[in-house]
Design a binder for this molecule. Sequence first.
Ligand SMILES: [Zn+2]
Length: 164
Amino acid sequence: MSVTTELLQANERYAASFTKGDLPLPPARRVAILTCMDARMDPTRFLGLQEGDAHVIRNAGGRASDDALRSLAISHALLGTREFVVVHHTDCGMLTFRNEQLQRQLRRDLGADASGIDFLPFGDLEQSVRDDVATIRTSPLVPKDLPVRGFVYDVRTGRLREVA
Ligand SMILES: [Zn+2]
């Protein structure tokens, strides 16, 4: 059985007892979280969120990429979020490679030309949080006075630590 088939079975069970079909579109807690796609992190659980509470934007590294900024702009301007939280984490895969390596691999394995693509890896975890908070704070798509805080999540302890 493929994993997708298993997921569909799990969804049948979820929908069978689903009771949250009346939630409004804007997030109730008025917050957007930008974090990594890492499988060990479940933001809804480590941040105590329920369906309807928050926007959670995930990508490789939790980076403030153009597409993350697109989502944050929509989150604030159209759906009323008033705080942004950036969460990177220990042992992130983005610490383990450089652009040139992945570009070479994609050329070798797929014949793809990824030479112009920045996959946004980083070498310094805390600095990557500072950089992404700064990118969001200075984005023309985000109001200057909107609070943006940055954190590192420890995958061994489940604990968040704020990055100054
Ligand atoms: Zn990660």
